[in-house]
Write a protein that binds this ligand. Structure first.
Ligand code: CTP
Ligand code: MG
Length: 228
């Protein structure tokens, strides 16, 4: 199958507070987005890749990706929007190759495993929609908004991650519908779900961390140092 990869990276990185876009922050000398893209380097069928940058940082993103070559894959950077959903929509609009599968992956998850990527793509190929996810390590309670909380069964909960992958047309429809109805969601699987299309879960088995706070940079560096 042909695959397009959209990398939403247009957030402000407020919690990381690095004074620059999160995806450009370096871990052991390499920008996070570059590390993330390298995880997809051996993905068969990848025909194009669109990085979605904060509007003022497109040039800087292009600089961070200089010399990066993925066999048969075109690499482009476009400007994102106010919300992650806006940014993914901008990335979708910039695709030109008519790939059958669109994979969306947060640039902020540079440790994603190859097995997880392959399993998400394969599940999307078979069923139309899939996401990586993992089980919570902590116990979880739900707030009823009126000062009371109740415990949830964590064995039935999934923490939703990326990569997420979809039949291209389904994802486009889901974004168009969300726009028309005003639906806002923090991930693409939620949009596809709201169209009545089930989303297959692929257990990433943890480790697919999203760089969010400063201490996550040290964690990612330490984990990379242990990789073979
Ligand atoms: N994202 C995006 N466009 C936005 C907001 C978020 O492309 N308007 C992307 C981020 O760049 C990131 C992913 O969505 O790769 C997940 O978001 P998050 O981890 O929350 O990153 P930020 O929004 O940048 O961080 P913060 O919430 O701390 O400001
Ligand atoms: Mg955010």
């Amino acid at each position: 199958v042909s695959i397009a990869l959209v990398l939403p990276s247009a957030g402000s990185g407020r919690r990381l507070d690095a004074g620059r876009p999160k995806a450009l922050v370096e871990v052991a000398g390499v920008p996070i987005i570059r590390r993330t893209i390298e995880r997809f380097a051996s993905l068969a069928g990848l025909v194009e890749l669109v990085g979605v940058a904060p509007p003022g940082a497109v040039l800087e993103f292009n600089e961070a990706l200089v010399g990066l070559e993925l066999r048969g894959c075109e690499i482009r950077v476009v400007a994102g929007g106010e919300s992650r959903q806006d940014s993914v929509r901008a990335g979708l609009a910039a695709l030109t190759k008519d790939a059958e599968i669109v994979c969306v992956h947060d640039a902020a998850r540079p440790l994603v495993g190859k097995e997880t990527i392959d399993a998400v793509i394969e599940a999307a190929r078979l069923s139309g929609a899939a996401t990586a996810a993992s089980r919570p390590a902590d116990s979880v309670r739900e707030d009823d908004g009126e000062g009371l909380t109740r415990p949830l069964d964590r064995e039935r909960l999934w923490l939703v991650e990326t990569p997420q992958a979809f039949a291209a047309e389904l994802l486009r429809q889901a974004h168009a519908r969300a726009r028309a109805t005003g639906l806002q969601a923090t991930d693409d699987a939620s949009l596809v779900d709201s169209c009545g299309h089930p989303v297959v879960i692929v257990d990433s088995a943890g480790g697919n961390i999203k760089v969010t706070r400063p201490e996550d940079l040290d964690l990612v560096e330490a984990i990379l140092a242990k990789e073979p």
